[in-house]
Design a protein around this ligand. Structure first.
Ligand SMILES: [Zn+2]
Length: 99
């Protein structure tokens, strides 16, 4: 019994595609706020570290306002904080603000 096309040794091309050892999983993205290019490790970073920090601050402010004033609408919050309506909606969709 002979298989004429069988390559010797490890068989066809398995193992040559994956190379896992190079560095960590740093990725590069554009910040959605200031458009700066930045590196990050997580899968879903959309803001650079500075804008992320600013975003966190704003989020905390919104949460405080919600605690003190239950029943506000997103529009109210937007008016009170000066933050874009869209931004607040995004936090709600991400589950970072619970209505
Ligand atoms: Zn930024």
């Amino acid at each position: 019994m002979r298989l004429p096309h069988e390559p010797p040794g490890d068989g066809p091309n398995v193992g040559s595609l994956e190379r896992k050892e190079e560095g960590s999983d740093l990725q590069i993205s554009n910040c959605i706020v200031c458009n700066k290019v930045f590196q990050h490790e997580s899968q879903e970073a959309r803001r650079c570290p500075e804008c992320e920090a600013e975003n966190e601050r704003a989020l905390r402010r919104v949460k405080d306002i919600i605690l003190e004033n239950p029943g506000l609408t997103v529009q109210d919050l937007s008016n009170m904080t000066g933050l874009p309506y869209r931004q607040i909606m995004e936090w709600i969709q991400e589950g970072r603000i619970i209505r």
